[in-house]
Design a protein around this ligand. Structure first.
Ligand code: IPE
Ligand code: MG
Length: 228
């Protein structure tokens, strides 16, 4: 969800106004994904590198996320959305916010409509290092380590591989997002800044995705010798 700061800058507003304006986009996209039948939606809200931002901006984001989580908990529950939070390991995260994350996850744990993963204080490399630690602790012999077994040590190992990554604002970077899971993801980079991103923009990204020819390193279906 990129472009909040630039959206604010274009309006001569403080960066925090851009973050505040992001709330509408978040809710619109969650509703659009749910209606479109998306089963797994992940939102990258705060990276392990975002701690390098000015303290006041970080504090604002912590307060904002807390308010948004509390405000929209009833909607998420009503829509049958299971919420989980990926990351959330840094001691600088306010205790009350971590508690609200836990509460929302517990509240919505039995929902099966769509799984919403909010990546907050997330870093793909950290997840891989933590998985390696967990694997070593499990005593698995080195020769028995497979990709499947390794992936079982990542957080939320039931999460499927990522099919589509949407990064708004025209930036074209991974920025440490779910590095293991995006191995064969399709990418789209809409120019629109996140605070202006809405359901039709999201659906346009899904449409682009559907037209992609996913080969996973193979050859196109029509030339693979299949007689059908
Ligand atoms: C939101 O956009 C992303 C967050 C980490 C909250 P930015 O704050 O990165 O916006 P730009 O890139 O400065 O425009
Ligand atoms: Mg940015």
């Amino acid at each position: 969800m990129d472009g909040n700061g630039r959206w604010a800058q274009q309006r001569s507003l403080p960066r925090t106004a851009g973050h505040r304006a992001a709330e509408t986009a978040v809710i619109d996209v969650i509703e659009a994904a749910r209606s479109a039948g998306v089963e797994w939606l992940s939102l990258y809200a705060f990276s392990t590198e975002n701690w390098n931002r000015p303290g006041a901006e970080v504090e604002f984001l912590m307060r904002l996320v807390r308010r948004v989580v509390r405000k929209h908990a009833p909607l998420l529950l009503a829509r049958g959305i299971r919420c989980r939070f990926l990351g959330v390991a840094d001691p600088r995260i306010p205790r009350e916010l971590a508690q609200d994350f836990d509460d929302l996850a517990v509240l919505t744990a039995d929902n099966r409509g769509m799984t919403l993963t909010v990546a907050f204080d997330h870093g793909g490399r950290r997840d891989i290092v933590e998985a390696a630690r967990s694997l070593i602790r499990s005593g698995t012999p080195a020769d028995e380590v497979t990709e499947r077994i390794f992936a079982d040590h990542l957080p939320f190992p039931d999460t499927p591989d990522v099919d589509l990554v949407i990064r708004t604002s025209g930036e074209q970077r991974i920025s440490n997002f779910m590095l293991w899971q995006v191995a064969y993801a399709e990418w789209v980079f809409p120019e629109v800044l996140w605070p202006e991103f809405r359901a039709p923009d999201f659906l346009a990204c899904l449409h682009t995705y559907r037209r992609r020819d996913r080969r996973f390193g193979g050859v196109p279906a029509r030339t693979n010798g299949d007689p059908s």
